[in-house]
Design a protein around this ligand. Structure first.
Ligand code: NAP
Length: 308
């Protein structure tokens, strides 16, 4: 029997683990893939307080994990089912069954797909959702980045290290990304913009070679491709979808995001939700870590007998 099981090992879950473990609570973190979550696939993290300019997402994730491992059990398993009601909660994974008095949900979010023809067909053959992982494969080639938020623009900047050109395709003529990120894009000679445009199809033979895009204002359809018919890289950063399917019907949600109060408490006693899984306005690494701290501290109080 654990005191706390934390489902998900991104910045929110690892911070919760650090605080819970250091409070001597018997804590298990269950992560299905790589600790660090989305951050582990991010090129550089420049806005986490104290992070050095060259701090890679992977490097920060590894450091966070090292810090937590001393205090918590960590299992790399996929959670299949949860029982949240009652004093003893149960978590069933592909590796076993675990019980705890408190559950902290930090299962994060996964990348949203464009849902256009060719996207699945050319996955790992030109289509990618991770610049850090796949950028080097497109060295000397033309790269296209879809999206207009912080992820798209920051990763587009990073991809200019590899591509001979990087074109950002965005469905509006204004970016969602923050001001300083937009300024950096505008200053970068290697970056071209294809605004008011949506991708209709990704085409190619063995690898992706052509992007069919439509201008949403004029209705013009055109093909974007390399002059020398080389393969192209298509990097898609159009937001995220919360990974909360296994909690459906068991906890209050809004469009897949778990509802909490400012103490990270859900409507189910003994269950907290933190980070990108919960409904909130600001999704940053620093707010994820803040959520994790609050949940762990208040979980400790709950376990000491303070009313829910
Ligand atoms: P986001 O902020 O939700 O932006 C998604 C972008 O994709 C938007 O520009 C959106 O267009 C576009 N989009 C959405 N669906 C689309 C579709 N079907 N087809 C074409 N375009 C589509 O997502 P994000 O950039 O991944 O960021 C997620 C969160 O993490 C945000 O809160 C962001 O601030 C944060 N973040 C922060 C940092 C940082 O601070 N360093 C870095 C990365 C992410 P519209 O603008 O027209 O809606």
């Amino acid at each position: 029997m654990y005191d706390i099981i934390i489902i998900g090992g991104g910045p929110a879950g690892l911070t919760a683990g650090l605080y819970a473990g250091r409070s001597k609570l018997k804590t298990l973190i269950i992560e299905k893939a790589v600790a660090g979550g989305q951050i582990s696939g991010t090129a550089f993290v420049e806005n986490y307080p104290g992070s050095i300019p060259e701090a890679t997402g992977m490097g920060l994730s590894e450091r966070m994990l090292e810090q937590v491992e001393e205090f918590c059990d960590i299992k790399y398993e996929d959670v299949k089912e949860v029982e949240l009601e009652g004093k003893v909660k149960k978590v069933v994974t592909d590796g076993g069954e675990y019980e705890a008095k408190v559950i902290i949900i930090s299962s994060g979010a996964t990348h949203r797909k464009l849902d256009v023809p060719g996207e699945d067909e050319f996955a790992n053959r030109g289509v990618s959702y991770c610049a850090t992982c796949d950028g080097p494969f497109y060295t000397g080639l033309d790269i296209y980045v879809v999206g207009g938020g912080d992820s798209a623009l920051e990763e587009a900047s990073y991809l200019t290290r590899f591509g001979r050109s990087v074109t950002i395709i965005h469905r509006r003529d204004e970016f969602r990304a923050s001001g300083v990120v937009v300024d950096n894009i505008k200053k970068n000679d290697k970056i071209k913009l294809e605004l008011d445009s949506v991708v209709k199809e990704i085409k190619g033979s063995k690898e992706s070679e052509v992007l069919v895009v439509e201008n949403v204002k004029t209705g013009e359809i055109k093909e974007l491709k390399s002059d020398d018919k080389s393969p192209i890289g298509v990097f898609i950063f159009i937001g995220y979808i919360p990974q909360t399917e296994i909690f459906e019907g068991k906890i209050e949600m809004n469009h897949g995001y778990i509802l909490t109060d400012e103490d990270m408490k859900t409507n189910v006693e003994g269950v907290f939700a933190i980070g990108d899984t919960r409904e909130k306005k600001v999704r940053q690494m620093v707010t994820a870590a803040g959520d994790g701290c609050i949940a762990a501290v208040l979980a400790n109080r709950y376990l000491e007998g303070v009313n829910w």
